[in-house]
Write a protein that binds this ligand. Structure first.
Ligand code: PLP
Length: 449
């Protein structure tokens, strides 16, 4: 029975991003099956996964081509590493497939197991690059408030999540600027001028730190874990201009945006910029195996491959054969079936249009989104943007009601966030909207609105 698993879980399992003491009291929901876009708990409840796991199962859960590729690979060569002068066949094949689907400046990849490690790798790659071109003083990274780049010490330092920064000391060479969050920080201003102003924070920070000291700017095309912060159209072209003019490397963290989430293969394509490095993870294997990495653009790769000796960095499982087999199969499913292109034409605009209908709901202050993810800001007062309840209680209440209704969503601050698989059809979207709007109704009634 469920209580057996819950008791064992509470006794021995420390969960990520969880209040351990609280969890000991409440326990959690335990999942043991998934199909299409639905997950099932040990009580047999069916829940539409409006979060694609952790924004990773873009193709949902029923993908036999991927699961078969993993098991076949485990029979053939369950492990061999890529250290020193060795390689394994799936890693070679996936590296080539990634070069095919990424923007033209990318011809090299470095594999990791996760997005966090990939961002740690970015720091080392960038520092090495500047050492090799004779600018070793360029060490500083600029990132954004409320960004999420992972939870290792280095990736967590790049991130701008205040909760994480309260618990450990971040790296002293990382600096943060404003996020382009119009609803929270720019209300009353024209969106596009707000976008330009937010981008120019980067220029001001570079001036403050000294251009000769700044190595790179890293950002997610759309901030995901921070609450699906979709930047105004003016934002990214201005960021790119500043990075180019000031000789700062531009890193796009595509861990959530990559592999279709925004309606193109990569978020930088949707927002029209050309990064020098690109972080990926999650949906590269549809979440079925742990795999991440950095696509290294020619500007940096040409220097790193032209001499300078060993790059002293790597992980036992960098380019693990079973993970790479999952990646090869995922890219094949995406390409052979033109899944991203089809979704961008059909289900994504439908999803966004249906979500926009919720903007008339009394507790919804803004609906923002791109491709197949979105956020709804919950408010008490639409015109003043006054939050629904202190301490995110409004969004937490709504999330819990949505889960009770059979829809997994996330609460981020005062927002409800959803990022369902991109293989949803219109009927799936209707089910999602129905379960979400009922949760909004219950929440409004609970807070007397
Ligand atoms: N970068 C972004 C944009 C992310 O959203 C995440 C995870 O959510 C990461 C990096 C970290 O990836 P991982 O959890 O695989 O270490």
């Amino acid at each position: 029975p469920t209580s057996y698993w819950q008791d064992l879980d509470k006794a021995h399992h420390l969960h990520p991003f969880t209040d351990f003491q609280q969890y000991r009291k409440t326990g959690g929901r335990i999942f043991n099956k998934a199909e299409h876009i639905y997950i099932y708990d040990t009580d047999g409840n069916e829940i539409l996964d409006g979060m694609s796991g952790l924004w990773c199962c873009n193709l949902g859960y029923s993908q036999p081509e991927i699961t078969n590729a993993i098991s076949e690979q485990l029979q053939q060569l369950p492990f061999y590493n890529n250290f020193f002068n060795c390689s394994n066949q799936p890693a070679v094949e996936l590296a080539n497939a990634l070069v095919d689907v990424t923007p033209k400046q990318f011809n090299q990849v470095f594999f990791t197991n996760s997005g966090s490690e990939a961002n740690d790798t970015n720091i080392k790659l960038v520092h090495r690059y500047y050492d090799l071109i004779g600018k070793p003083e360029k060490k500083l990274f600029i990132s954004r408030n409320n960004a999420y780049h992972g939870s290792t010490v280095a990736a967590g330092s790049l991130g701008g999540m205040s909760g994480m920064h309260k618990q450990y000391t971040g790296l002293n060479y990382v600096h943060h600027i404003q996020q382009p969050h119009w609803f929270a920080e720019g209300a009353g201003q024209d969106k596009e001028s707000f976008g330009l102003q937010a981008a120019r924070e980067l220029e001001r920070k570079i001036d403050e730190l000294g251009e000769e000291n700044v190595a790179a700017f890293i950002a997610e095309p759309v901030q995901g874990a921070g609450g699906v912060i979709v930047p105004p159209a003016s934002y990214w072209p201005e960021i790119q201009r500043i990075c180019r003019e000031r000789d700062i490397l531009l890193i796009s963290d595509e861990v959530i945006c990559g592999f279709g989430r925004t309606g193109n293969w990569f978020g930088c394509e949707t927002f029209g910029f050309e990064p020098d490095l690109m972080t990926f993870a999650k949906a590269v294997t549809n979440g079925f195996q742990p795999l991440g990495g950095v696509m290294v653009g020619n500007k940096v790769a040409d220097v790193l491959t032209a001499g300078g000796g060993e790059f002293a960095h790597g992980l036992t499982y960098s380019g693990h054969p079973a993970a790479c087999a999952a990646g090869i199969a995922t890219l094949k499913v995406l390409r052979d079936n033109q899944i991203i292109e089809t979704a961008a034409q059909d289900v994504m605009p439908y999803f966004q249009a249906q979500l926009q209908t919720l903007v008339d709901h009394p507790i919804v202050g803004e609906v923002r989104g791109q491709g197949m993810f979105a956020a709804l800001e919950l408010v008490k007062d639409k015109s003043s943007h006054e939050r629904l309840a202190p301490d995110s209680a409004g969004a937490i209440h709504c999330r819990d009601k949505a889960i009770q209704n059979g829809l997994m969503v996330r609460a981020v601050g005062d927002a409800i966030v959803t990022a369902p698989p991109i293989i949803c059809n219109r009927r799936d979207v209707d089910t999602l909207i129905d379960r979400l709007s009922r949760a909004l109704d219950t929440t409004a009634a609970h807070f007397n609105i």
